[in-house]
Design a protein around this ligand. Structure first.
Ligand code: GAL
Length: 823
């Protein structure tokens, strides 16, 4: 029986913050269930039984990915797609006693993601099976719980291979939670916050939520809905009476006005909080906080994407879900560092290629300000890999898509849904019908955001994407429009004329490939045959098109960061990133930074250690956004080169020209010089309007002399598995990083921290990430240092044969307050 609320709206403004987790008004508890699991590889008959003896199993904490432990094997069943890493079957078990507060309440376990094909049991009772490795899901444990010890058992089956085109990881690789609520509670992921009306003077916040009554009696009370501003002050409130029959659920709807809202954007990522309080006789019995943003999205055929009324070009990157050396179990602090680097590159948009991300990833994109194209699938009914999702699609896709959208639809950063990547249904018979099935689900769960897919056959000669398929999309997504003949130069222009009402976005179109710091002049010592001078050409062509065509909403380059898998032996990762696997910028990073940011950028490459090449002409390149760069070698003037983009008159206003005009020397988006090699110092001086605004130098270095450690943060937090990144540099006697160094380095940590991983960005390095020794790669390595529960002082020391060692000290402070955990 469904009883709907009488919607009584009392909009009032109240200035006192209400604390949801305070004392007796702490109505629901969400306990982190990450700690103290037992784990074993392989299949174990009977391990779901509570009496099973797991004492010989390893103790692990979540998030946990067993694949990243290796070893790499050229013949691994995952093939290069999975980075040649092991997969198979694994079991997890967690014993727990119910906290006292749980008596008489409803207890759910929530998994943010298990890769893949998980089965979960509580006290021997099978709760369910979930094939999709990227989906979050929950089970109600209540009927099967006992006093004393309970045992949760999870079997993970990632044995059928290959089932992914990239590295997936294996195991409970995301957080797990125990959710304790009243028997009358707000249903998981039922809350939906929308902002149907937004301008700078006022906004309307529309809320839907579902109350579930698992009690045996009718429950009556009131639902209070509060909007808290970014400072935690209530700025709008409604109170709705409710009555829910036993075993029934009811939908609540409210609409609240917010005056002079602070608008969310990538530059101003301000969040409001929607607070729901379920009261009976004045007492709060359940409640939930949902962060959201107030922003207005418009997607137009002519003007492209508009945020809060202003056209915004998406400067996007594709990202896979792994974190490089930490595998698929990515601590939040690793994402924080990666996202900061992307932000500094000028990125304002991210496509979650090609699966639902971790929930905390979207919290970060909300808080740090990124527009997210949230993508669901890489396969529908037609497979790309033998054991891919196509095998589960018919049974699970609608459920998975609904759960995904319900979980993520309140994030202000999420601006559109991608239903799939390079899906075969774009050009096969019956494809539009499959799309329609998914579209119906997406519209039902979120009618506010547009739908797209990344289509790679739009201009194919054979098997072109059908118009029937494209016409069902709100926005036509282009994947590699440059794959097709003359379209390389025209991109979407022909479609624009044929279909003037289409809305268009570049979902994935180009890479600036390359391995960090790897420059070759060829094998012939008498001839210079460089391999680093052309990687940016197609990216430049594409960006010229995207930047100058308002109707094209932007583009997501492939990829922001290197990712494990999609590799060919001996490489274990793809090198399409502009950041390498440990997060060191490659030259391509500075290329995009020069196009996507305004503060002066001047990046010179390659390195200048070329013994034996004296007198030969070596190309020197610069990525820059200044108009003129003068290059000097050992203080000798080599020449000045000038660029300008966009060309005057092609942007801004009619007849607007920069003064003084730039007499350009190239139509490229980079500058280059051929410099006769001699060791020493290359010095570039960048000017705007004739004034020096930036300089850059590249030095010929001496041989390795010492190690230098540079931490990204001095202070880490205990109890939250915080991660510090310590850069290990091999430097010469003058303190310059030696770009050709590959010395093996040993890391030792004392104090309350551990070495989570040691990486170097080398795609062909097969030593395990957990080892304490690794070669630096082109002078650099990265130590990922993770805190424990204890505060104190952690000392990391790096040593290497023949080099001066170095030590860095990190202060570990207590978490305040520590997140509630299941004991
Ligand atoms: C694209 C695909 C990506 C990745 C990339 C490699 O076509 O969507 O997932 O495989 O190619 O270049």
């Amino acid at each position: 029986m469904l009883i709907l609320f009488l919607s009584l709206m009392l909009a009032s403004v109240q200035a006192t913050p209400v604390l949801l987790e305070s004392g007796q008004d702490a109505p629901r508890r969400r306990l982190l269930m990450d700690y103290g699991w037992r784990f074993t590889r392989g299949d174990v008959p009977g391990a779901e039984q509570p009496t099973f003896d797991d004492q010989a199993w390893r103790v692990v904490d979540l998030p946990h990915d067993w694949s990243i432990e290796g070893p790499y094997d050229e013949h691994a069943p995952t093939t290069g797609r999975g980075g040649y890493l092991p997969t198979g079957i694994g079991w997890y078990r967690r014993r727990f006693a119910l906290p006292e507060e749980a008596t008489g309440r409803r207890i759910h376990v929530v998994f943010d993601g298990i890769y893949q094909h998980s089965d979960v049991w509580i006290n021997g009772h099978h709760l369910g099976h979930r094939p999709n490795g990227y989906i979050s899901f929950a089970y109600d444990l209540t009927p099967y719980l006992v006093e004393g010890e309970n045992v949760l058992a999870v079997r993970v089956d990632n044995s059928r291979q290959p089932n992914s085109r990239w590295y997936s990881g294996s195991g409970i690789y995301r957080h797990a939670w125990l959710l304790i609520t009243d028997v009358l509670h707000l249903d998981l992921w039922s809350t939906f916050v929308r902002t149907p009306l937004v301008d700078s003077t006022a906004a309307t916040v529309a809320v839907t939520a579902q109350l579930v009554n698992t009690d045996t009696t009718r429950r009556t009370g009131s639902l209070e809905t509060l909007v808290l501003d970014p400072n935690g002050h209530a700025v709008a409130r409604t109170i709705l009476p409710f009555t829910v029959a036993p075993g029934a659920s009811a939908t609540a709807e409210a609409s609240l006005p917010v005056e002079r809202p602070a608008l969310w954007s990538p530059e101003t990522p301000v969040r409001y909080t929607l607070r729901l309080l379920v009261r009976e006789r004045g007492r709060v019995i359940d409640g939930e906080d949902t962060p959201f943003g107030i922003r207005h999205l418009a997607f137009e055929a002519d003007r492209g994407f508009l945020l809060n009324g202003r056209p915004v070009k998406m400067r996007g990157v594709n990202l896979h879900h792994d974190g490089g050396p930490v595998g698929a179990a990515v601590p939040e602090a690793v994402w924080v560092r990666r996202l900061k680097l992307l932000k500094a590159m000028g990125v304002n948009a991210i496509r979650t290629a090609h699966n639902p991300p971790a929930p905390e990833f979207l919290d970060l994109t909300d808080r740090m300000g990124f527009l997210v194209m949230n993508e669901a699938f890489d396969e529908w009914t037609h497979g790309k890999v033998e054991y891919g999702y196509h095998r589960d699609f018919d049974t699970w896709a609608e459920r998975d898509l609904a759960d995904f959208i319900r979980r993520d639809r309140n994030h202000p950063s999420v601006i559109l849904w991608s239903l799939g990547n390079e899906i075969a249904e774009q050009h096969v018979e019956g494809g539009p019908e499959v799309l329609l099935r998914l579209r119906n689900v997406a519209r039902r769960e979120d009618p506010t955001r547009p739908l797209t897919t990344g289509n790679d056959h739009i201009a194919a000669d054979d098997g072109a994407t059908t118009e029937a398929f494209l016409s069902l999309l709100d926005i036509v997504g282009y994947n590699y429009v440059d794959r097709w003949h003359e379209r390389r130069e025209l991109y979407a222009e022909q479609d624009r004329h044929a279909h003037p009402t289409w809305k268009m976005i570049g979902t994935e179109n180009v890479s600036v490939r390359g391995v960090r710091g790897a420059y070759s002049l060829g094998d012939d010592p008498a001839r210079v045959d460089p391999d680093y001078t052309t990687g940016m050409i197609r990216a430049a062509e594409l960006w010229k098109f995207v930047a100058l065509h308002d109707y094209f909403m932007g583009d997501f380059m492939w990829t922001g960061i290197d990712y494990l898998g999609e590799a060919r032996w001996p490489h274990k990762n793809a090198s399409s990133g502009v950041l390498d696997l440990v997060g060191f910028p490659k030259d391509g990073y500075h290329f995009y930074q020069s196009l996507w940011t305004d503060a002066p950028v001047l990046h010179l490459f390659p390195h200048w250690n070329w013994p034996g090449r004296e007198g030969q002409f070596i190309p020197v390149l610069a990525y820059t956004n200044v108009d003129a760069v003068a290059l000097y070698l050992n203080d000798r003037f080599i020449g000045e080169k000038r660029r300008q983009f966009p060309r005057p008159g092609t942007s801004g206003c009619w007849n607007c020209y920069d003064e003084p005009p730039v007499r350009v020397t190239t139509a490229d988006l980079h500058l280059s010089w051929d410099v006769p090699y001699e060791p020493g110092v290359l010095r570039a001086v960048g000017k705007r309007n004739g004034e020096t605004v930036v300089t850059a130098e590249v030095h010929t270095t001496g041989p390795p002399a010492a190690l230098r450690l540079v931490a990204d943060r001095d202070t880490l937090v205990a109890g939250v598995r915080d991660v510090g990144h310590v850069r290990v540099e091999v430097v010469d006697a003058a303190g310059r990083v030696v770009p050709t160094a590959n010395n093996p380095v040993h890391i030792r940590i004392e104090g309350p921290a551990r070495l989570l991983a040691l990486g170097n960005g080398d795609p062909a390095d097969h030593s395990p990430y957990q080892a304490t020794e690794r070669r630096v790669f082109h002078g650099l390595a990265m130590a990922f240092v993770q805190t424990t529960d204890d505060p104190g002082s952690a000392r990391l020391t790096a040593t290497a044969d023949g080099l001066r060692s170095d030590t860095v000290t990190l202060t570990v402070v207590p978490a305040a307050p520590p997140p509630p955990r299941l004991p």
